[in-house]
Design a protein around this ligand. Structure first.
Ligand code: ATP
Ligand code: MG
Length: 247
């Protein structure tokens, strides 16, 4: 049986309010159930723009986006509960007056009983090592702490699809390793589909089984197994990517 396609994006263009035009074209962006997909590309090429279309935050002028079989710009409500997200600017998504309020918001919003929601919140906060931040005002957290709070909010309801925009920015090495471990575990045990935009070449094989390279003008030009792409000197040269450690 063919694996279910969870996300498909076909040649989209978007015009921001200030008339900046972004075209994300070339290869279709396809993600199957249970797949871990990474997107790598230079600053400003359109990675976050692509993810925001998948999340229905942006609507394309042209092209097609389908997530769990629906157009997210029109019907995101129908699929919202199945998706966890960490935006690049985590401040945009942390809305609770305290860390605990923020993390417990989703389960309460979806009708979980208080006792059940509290159990879930405690569990994920312990898992991410942030239980001591429970009563803090999110605004005063450090960059890495904010990222972990956003991650807790994204993971609390065990989503089928996890969308992560630069999740490793601001994380120290130990936190990065722990987070990668969590991603591996949920992908293995629950078959969670994970889409990650990032810059760190070295992390790609750890968090992805498929890698897309996006060129400076939003062109999706290469897709393959991370190993295959990262060992292709012409591709690395073309996308201006440098390996810190040569293998
Ligand atoms: N709200 C906005 N209004 C106007 N232009 C925008 C807006 N958001 C993004 N852009 C522009 O769109 C382009 C793509 O931005 P995007 O954030 O998708 O890039 P990115 O690949 O995620 O970059 P980075 O690696 O820096 O996160 C950039 O040139 C950016 O300046
Ligand atoms: Mg970005």
């Amino acid at each position: 049986m063919e694996q279910e396609i969870v996300v498909q994006v076909h040649c989209i263009s978007h015009t921001y309010q200030d008339k900046t035009e972004i075209k994300i074209c070339g290869l279709d962006f396809l993600v199957k159930k249970g797949e871990k997909v990474a997107i790598l590309g230079p600053n400003g090429c359109g990675k976050s723009t692509l993810l925001k279309h998948i999340l229905g935050i942006l609507k394309p002028n042209e092209g097609e986006v389908e997530v769990f079989g629906v157009d997210p710009a029109k019907e995101f409500e129908r699929i919202r509960e199945r998706i966890g997200v960490v935006l690049q600017e985590v401040d945009e998504q942390i809305i609770g007056p305290t860390v605990y309020d923020d993390i417990i918001f989703s389960p309460l919003n979806y009708g979980y009983k208080m006792e059940e929601a509290e159990k879930l919140a405690d569990k994920i906060m312990h898992r991410l090592g942030i239980i001591h931040l429970k009563d803090k005002i999110p605004h005063y957290l450090s960059g890495g702490e904010k990222k972990k709070v956003a991650l807790a909010g994204a993971l609390i309801l065990e989503p089928e699809l996890l969308i992560l925009d630069e999740p490793f920015a601001n994380l120290d090495q130990k936190s990065e390793e722990e987070f990668i471990q969590i991603l591996k575990e949920i992908n293995l045990s629950r078959h969670t589909t994970v889409i990650t935009a990032l810059h760190d070449l070295e992390l790609v094989p750890e968090i992805a089984d498929t890698l897309y390279l996006m060129g400076p003008k939003g062109e999706l030009s290469a897709r393959g197994e991370p190993k295959e792409i990262l060992q292709n000197p012409q591709l690395l040269e073309r996308f201006n990517l440098r390996r810190k450690v040569v293998v």
